[in-house]
Design a protein around this ligand. Structure first.
Ligand code: HEM
Length: 121
């Protein structure tokens, strides 16, 4: 007897994909934690932007595009907004998180563009 009959539709490739997705979500969460911790530091803007530019450079070789980074940001924020479901500041909180991701993607895109244009501005 099969407990989860729908699982027969999951191929080995699907499982590998879900595992990579989970692995990446943990990495994104790690970046967010690190950035939020850094925000209070005096040279936060410089340290954070340099880190994100480097991350964006590496993402060029991962085959990730800036529009996908934007999408990931929105999906990420959507995924935890249920926590604030009853909060009257829900919309403001969501907007702030989206603004934070706009900042993240802005600097990642800058690193990505640098590699894509081989350092020529
Ligand atoms: C806000 C956007 C994103 C953040 C903060 C982020 C963060 C990270 C981090 C911290 C790593 C670990 C490796 C490293 O430090 O170089 C990583 C790896 C990777 N990312 Fe992203 N990422 C983002 C968007 C994306 C998107 C949109 C894609 C693909 C469509 C992607 C694909 C990958 C791949 C293929 C790897 C290498 C494999 C792995 O380590 O999981 N990333 N990302």
């Amino acid at each position: 007897m099969k407990l989860f009959s729908f699982l027969k539709h999951l191929s080995k490739e699907d499982l590998e994909f879900y595992s990579q997705l989970k692995h990446h979500a943990v990495r994104v969460t790690g970046v967010i934690t690190m950035l939020v911790r850094q925000l209070g530091e005096p040279d936060a803007d410089k340290v954070v932007s340099e880190f994100l530019v480097d991350l964006g450079r590496r993402h060029f070789s991962y085959g990730s595009r800036p529009n996908q980074m934007e999408l990931l940001g929105h999906a990420f924020v959507e995924s935890f907004m249920y926590v604030f479901e009853r909060d009257p500041r829900r919309l403001a909180i969501q907007e702030s998180w989206n603004t934070f991701f706009t900042y993240i993607v802005f600097w990642m895109r800058s690193g990505f563009d640098f590699v894509q244009h081989k350092g020529i501005q």
